[in-house]
Ligand binder design. Structure first.
Ligand code: GUN
Ligand code: ZN
Length: 444
């Protein structure tokens, strides 16, 4: 083992993560009851039982001990709208009316950079407080909204992805761009932000109904011109939406085929929802190694439908989880996992806790192609971590005697847990939550 670089820390607690061999079919987990994670210069240097790692540590490295807590990789939220954090719990409508009545008016505020920056900072504070350290984030159609988000994420050294929303029709005029301005503005943002720090750029047509064919063509051209970008959009979320897309694009075989036709489908495409897809759509998604992002809280809140998770996984499709705030009603990925479990129950299926951990961490990192950087505790990865307090609430504390192992605990956390369980968060090995820790850890 080489000497540390002088910027080391070691965290001791129970440890839970998915090893590299984990797959959706066999989402095995590794649990270390008394573990140590050694971090050097923001990267994981070693992870293992305390009895093995502690003797390897240079004398200069103090061990921060968190007895009774659980260390996990930071969570990934692969579909969330930062400008909608302020409009969660909007009453009464399903998707298309909800967009017109609540969402579009809210998003108009984000042309004001100062406002957008304030909101982006508040959103990131809350994301971190929920243990989410990487997210694929919708901004709005205004360039200011994207600048504000990237500036805020860059200053915090976060691994985040976002992009300008493209929409040139079927939305209020102040939110609409054009095919040409969408291309030019996105290109300027890509040049400024793609791969800056830990940031990534996602080409973001809102959904097929709000983009003309010319704009979707421009989006496909952008994707081709900038191979390191992603595509992030909505797909087949709501029955009326699907029927509208069929009317707007009569020559396309399906909703998915609209995106496919315009060159927006490959292994760097993340499609939120995908509830209403046919077998040939599933086959095509699998062939392209694209990702479907299941957003259970949103699907329940808007009454959109029940995502057939097993059918998607059986078709070999990569699946991730997203909060989809503000149609989703919480930034907590623990809650989101609990909602995903309940949706599967309504379909007569189960979602095993080990698969849940995979979807929140390593699986999502694989969807983004960043699993060499984040997603578990393999040496060399970036130390984005969350420390869970399994006794944070009265309900969890009461449940503890029924915990018969790590899977049982994980399940309890997904059903009963939320941001109250997020005790601490580190980004690239640096503590970021709570902002000023009040209880100093014991030093060994
Ligand atoms: N489809 C198009 N725009 C949106 C949005 O903002 N939220 C959700 N849930 N679906 C969408
Ligand atoms: Zn969404």
């Amino acid at each position: 083992m080489t000497a540390d670089t002088g910027n080391s820390r070691a965290l001791r607690s129970a440890i839970l993560h998915c090893p590299a061999k984990a797959t959706p079919d066999d989402p095995c987990i590794e649990y270390i009851a008394d573990g140590v994670l050694w971090i050097d210069n923001g990267l994981i240097k070693a992870c293992g039982p305390a009895a093995q790692i502690v003797p390897m540590l240079p004398g200069s490295v103090a061990v921060e001990h968190y007895p009774g807590k659980l260390l996990m990789p930071g969570f990934l939220d692969l579909h969330v709208h930062y400008p909608q954090f302020e409009m969660m719990a909007a009453y009464g409508d399903q998707l298309l009316d909800w967009l017109n009545r609540y969402t579009f008016p809210t998003e108009m505020r984000y042309t004001d950079y100062a406002y957008a920056r304030r909101q982006a900072e508040g959103f990131l504070d809350q994301l971190i407080a929920n243990g989410t350290t990487t997210a694929l984030v919708f901004a709005t159609s205004s360039v200011s909204s994207v600048e504000a988000f990237f500036e805020a994420a860059f200053a915090r050294n976060l691994r985040m992805l976002s992009g300008k929303v493209l929409m040139d029709r079927h939305a209020p005029e102040p939110l609409c761009d054009t095919a040409e301005s969408a291309y030019a503005d996105s290109e300027a943002l890509i040049k400024r932000w793609q791969a800056k720090g830990r940031l990534g750029y996602a080409i973001t047509p809102r959904f097929a109904p709000t983009s003309s064919e010319a704009q979707l063509e421009a989006a496909g051209a952008l994707r081709k011109a900038y191979p390191d970008t992603y595509v992030h959009t909505h797909l087949a979320e709501n029955r009326n939406e699907v029927a509208w897309v069929a009317e707007l694009f009569p020559e396309r075989r399906s909703y998915l085929d609209v995106y496919d036709h315009f060159g927006l489908m490959d292994s760097r495409s993340i499609f939120a929802h995908g509830i209403y897809l046919n077998d040939s759509d599933l086959k095509r998604l699998s062939q392209c190694r694209a990702t479907l992002c299941h957003c259970p809280s949103s699907n329940l809140f808007l009454g959109s439908g029940l995502f057939p998770l097993k059918r998607a996984l059986n078709a070999g499709i990569q699946v991730a989880l997203g909060t989809d705030v503000g149609a989703g009603t919480s930034l907590s990925m623990l809650r989101t996992l609990g909602d995903a479990y309940k949706v599967q129950q309504l379909l007569g299926e189960q979602l095993a806790p080990s698969l849940g951990l995979y979807l929140l961490t390593l699986g999502a990192a694989r969807s983004l192609g960043v699993d060499r950087k984040i997603g578990n505790f393999e040496p060399g990865k970036e130390a984005d971590l969350v420390l869970i307090d399994p006794l944070a609430t009265d309900e969890l504390a009461a449940r503890v005697e029924y915990n018969t192992g790590p899977e049982s605990l994980l399940f309890a956390l997904s059903i009963l847990g939320d941001n109250r369980c997020i005790n601490r968060v580190w980004v690239m090995g640096e503590p970021v939550h709570p902002a000023t820790p009040s209880d100093c850890p014991a030093q060994l």
